[in-house]
Design a binder for this molecule. Structure first.
Ligand code: IPM
Ligand code: MG
Length: 353
């Protein structure tokens, strides 16, 4: 009998459901030619349901999703819902409750894809960012004092536990070793200003480094690192950083790898489940038009297959994506691809047949 994987599918908001449908299409095509199957379970979670029923995500849904082999997420964010509600109560709740403490974001420029960086090519842009995904500024601590008065105070706290920092840093060292490329791990923080949290990161990093003598380590302040990602991206192999800095630098990463049409990421608990998503957001202005590029979602699906340990299939899917971006589609930008959303999915699925 074939192996079977249970995948929770959350289309979510805006263009999320459209791009996720193409990811599922491609996963079905992939499994047809392999000795495993997928069993997809759809979840109606997102802004529309919230507006309709007042529900964000239920404890039962969290428990069911926890039991899945992996989760495939489209996008969360709705123009009619105040910013912060859906993001905190759905996306961040999933990251926290499932303890998806690693946010893994590859920054890879494929052959045939344009980068805004002058004179840089695929040989220069090929690294991974490991973003701590369960604490830091995202923990949500803080509060207002005298809100709405001229004397008001807003405090936003960053939570960094030794355990949280250490498990993230060790994951990055292990990944760097497993990748076996430049074997260089860069810590990104802000030790010159954030003298508590960055100090903890730096000490834990240096302690771990002693156990990985085969990995070359260096340190960069986050502001300088943003500059170097533009000027000399070829120096990077694996970057490890906290939640907020990771959020910011991976948008820089997305644009240098060709934009949000191709950038994907994984929210991973190495001892539990994982959730994969295109990192582009819900792009509501394109919703329902068949114009959005599904390749980022398809790349997220590719990461999901790799995470399940189906290495051959993951490599085949990666090759299919590379084939489609190198020549077949005109541009990665919504509406400029020369194909509709579902036609791009068909192109990738066609390469797998
Ligand atoms: C991301 C997004 C989220 C984040 C938002 C939607 C809350 O920007 O996944 O990078 O800040 O983590
Ligand atoms: Mg972000």
């Amino acid at each position: 009998m074939n192996r079977s994987y249970r995948i929770g599918v959350i289309g979510g908001d805006g263009t999320g459901p459209e791009v996720v449908a193409e990811g599922v299409k491609v996963l079905r095509a992939l499994s047809k030619a392999a000795d495993f199957d997928f069993e997809f379970t759809k979840f109606d979670i997102g802004g529309d349901r919230y507006l309709r029923e007042g529900l964000l995500i239920t404890d039962e849904e969290i428990a069911t999703l926890k039991g899945m082999d992996a989760i495939f997420l489209g996008a969360i964010g709705h123009p009619e819902v105040r910013p912060g509600i859906l993001e905190r109560e759905i996306l961040l709740r999933l990251r926290f409750d499932l303890d998806l403490y690693i946010n893994l974001r590859p920054v890879v420029l494929f052959e045939g894809v344009d980068t805004p960086l002058k004179a840089k090519g695929p040989e220069d842009i090929d690294f991974v960012v490991i973003r701590e995904n369960s604490e830091g500024m995202y923990a949500g601590g803080g509060g207002f004092f005298k809100k709405g008065t001229p004397d008001e105070v807003a405090i936003q706290e960053s939570v960094n536990t030794r355990r949280g920092v250490e498990r993230c840093i060790r994951y990055a060292f292990d990944l760097c070793r497993k990748r076996n490329r430049k074997r260089r791990l860069t810590l990104c923080a802000k030790t010159n200003v954030l003298i508590y949290e960055s100090d903890l990161w730096r000490r834990v990093f240096d302690e771990a480094a002693a156990e990985y003598p085969d990995i070359a380590v260096n340190y960069q302040h986050v502001d300088a690192l943003c500059m170097w990602m533009i000027k000399n991206p070829e120096q990077f192999d694996v970057i490890v950083t906290g939640n907020l800095f990771g959020d910011i630098i991976t948008d820089v990463g997305a644009i240098i790898q060709g934009g949000l049409g191709i950038a994907a990421g994984g929210n991973i608990n190495p001892q539990g489940t994982a959730m994969f998503e295109p990192i582009g957001g819900s792009a509501p202005k394109y919703a329902g038009q068949g114009k959005i590029n599904p390749l980022a979602a398809i790349c997220a699906a590719q990461m999901l297959v790799a995470y399940l340990g189906e290495t051959d299939a993951a490599n085949r899917l990666l090759a299919a994506v590379k084939q489609v971006v190198n020549g077949k589609i005109k541009s990665l930008d919504a509406g400029k691809m020369g194909y509709s959303t579902s036609e791009v999915g068909d192109l990738v699925a066609g390469c797998l047949a």
